[in-house]
Design a protein around this ligand. Structure first.
Ligand SMILES: Cc1cc2nc3c(=O)[nH]c(=O)nc-3n(C[C@H](O)[C@H](O)[C@H](O)COP(=O)(O)OP(=O)(O)OC[C@H]3O[C@@H](n4cnc5c(N)ncnc54)[C@H](O)[C@@H]3O)c2cc1C
Length: 448
């Protein structure tokens, strides 16, 4: 017999989980379909383990950078044990039970849309008024000749390893490449980071890449920008990666952090009239794909972050619950949890100008204008940049490379989203001595 629901959710990463929970709380009959583990990439192989692994060496580095504190011992076995606890030892039975207790039907298996309102999974057919596609993304492996002959890690191996390779070549200078470089380097690997673009984290302002590069090189990470890996081969027991300038790098492991591809294939989307594009599913501003079909999270290709997947999950659930809601992506924060942290929100100067914004910018070096960097560490660091729209008198973007920047970027995010007038922001009062005081200093430097 075919079961009938209000909504079926295909894929239970953070996007699917938020949509499911909100719909269940709203009294809807929900079925969820998950082919691996409830919690998705984020909970087991991405956000959670990567941030867990970054924290102990960050605490050690913070102790070294403070004054009068020794160097704490890093015990990798204990770090990996705690990581395993955080990723629930790759076991989601508690999650399955939790959703069943809340009244949802949980189907473990690959799901596929089989026409309007119909999903097939695990040999069953489920029917519903709404289908939410939340199938996430997978690691891209770049086209490097011979790469299949060497040991390749994606985020999955890097986040679940209990071994620290002596040498690693990391391809990709985006968030995943940067975080993994610092983790493995601080665990004792010799890391070479190869980035195709001429600067690291090239989605952000050019100054960001330079600041990160300097911080990485200072701690012994070798950074090669403007270079691509062309070939890979085994030479005896050693892997060799050849770059486009002919340089050969010997390594034990090649880690790829070269972006993600949406899990949009094989979902039966044609049966509801949707063409899965390579860059993500074409949703409208309500996150709707077709009548009764919605999509959220990485599979949409909008912004590959957990908080965006969860936001879209809230948007879709509210629309299904009859509270019409549109997604607004302005000013959403994006943080790389390296030390120092890299945080940004909204448009960088170049992007603002491309959109016809008459941009004014200001940059402040925090140790020159604030007390907090000096009370925090002996060799104080930190830079904040702002991008304002001169005509409208509001902030449109901000970036920072500084301790805890991922916490205080939210003030810029709110200001951008709420279009708070800069005249109002200039009347702001931040606690002394905090990093947040940097905003007033930078705002005062804006030539509006
Ligand atoms: C190393 C790394 C670190 C990251 N760190 C952060 C961070 O700190 N903060 C942040 O905001 N973002 C981070 N991200 C990005 C974040 O992981 C993703 O944006 C987020 O997981 C997207 O959530 P999602 O719900 O769209 O999909 P996913 O988490 O990818 O989950 C999708 C789920 O759908 C399932 N699925 C796929 N196809 C089917 C099918 N046909 N049938 C049934 N189930 C299916 C999958 O098994 C999976 O469980 C990181 C990414 C990586 C790789």
């Amino acid at each position: 017999m075919t079961e009938r629901y209000d909504a079926i959710i295909l894929g239970m990463g953070p996007g699917g989980e938020v949509a499911a929970s909100r719909l269940i709380s709203g009294g809807k009959r929900v079925a969820v379909v998950e082919r691996e583990l409830i919690g998705g990439e984020c909970a087991y192989w991405a956000c959670i383990p990567s941030k867990t692994l970054l924290r102990p060496p960050e605490a050690r580095s913070a102790a070294r950078r403070a004054f009068g504190t020794g160097t704490p011992t890093l015990t990798l076995e204990e770090v990996f044990d705690y990581r395993d606890f955080m990723i629930r030892n790759l076991d989601d039975s508690g999650q399955v039970e939790g959703y069943e207790k809340k009244g949802a039907t949980v189907v473990k298996g690959e799901g596929r849309i089989a026409g309007p309102g119909r999903v097939e999974a695990n040999g069953e057919t489920l029917e519903a008024e709404h289908i939410i596609v939340a199938t996430g993304s997978a690691a891209n492996v770049p086209p490097v000749e011979g790469i299949e002959d060497v040991t390749v890690w994606t985020n999955r191996e890097a986040t679940t390893t209990r071994e620290v390779p002596s040498r690693v070549v990391i391809i990709g200078g985006g968030p995943v490449g940067l975080e993994t470089s610092q983790t493995l380097s601080r665990f004792g690997s010799r890391v070479t980071l190869v980035q195709h673009a001429d600067r690291l984290i090239n989605r952000e302002d050019g100054q960001v890449g330079e600041l990160v590069r300097a911080a990485f090189e200072e701690e012994g990470i070798e950074v090669r920008t403007g270079r691509s890996a062309k070939k890979a081969r085994m030479d005896g027991g050693t892997a060799v990666v050849e770059l486009d300038d002919g340089t050969e790098l010997e390594t034990d492991v090649v880690m790829v952090g070269t972006g993600r591809k949406p899990n949009a294939e094989g979902l039966g989307l044609e049966s509801v009239g949707v063409e899965p594009g390579g860059k993500g599913l074409p949703i409208d501003d309500h996150c709707r794909l077709a009548e009764g079909v919605w999509a959220i999270g990485d599979v949409t290709g909008v912004m590959p972050f957990t908080h965006v997947a969860m936001y879209q999950g809230r948007v879709v659930a509210d629309n299904i619950l009859g509270k019409e809601r549109r997604a607004d992506y302005r000013g959403i924060p994006r943080v790389v949890f390296t030390d120092p942290e890299i945080a940004a929100a909204g448009l960088m100067e170049g992007q603002a100008r491309e959109r016809g914004v008459e941009a004014a910018t200001a940059t402040v070096e925090l140790p020159k204008v604030l007390a907090r960097p000096w009370t925090y560490e002996e060799n104080p660091r930190g830079t904040l940049g702002l991008v304002a729209d001169r005509q409208r008198g509001v902030l449109v973007g901000a970036w920072a490379v500084a301790p805890q920047a991922g916490e205080w970027i939210h003030q810029a995010s709110q200001a951008i989203r709420a279009e708070i007038p800069i005249t109002t922001l200039l009347d702001g009062v931040a606690q002394f001595p905090t990093y947040s005081e940097a905003y007033l200093k930078a705002l005062e430097k804006l030539d509006l």
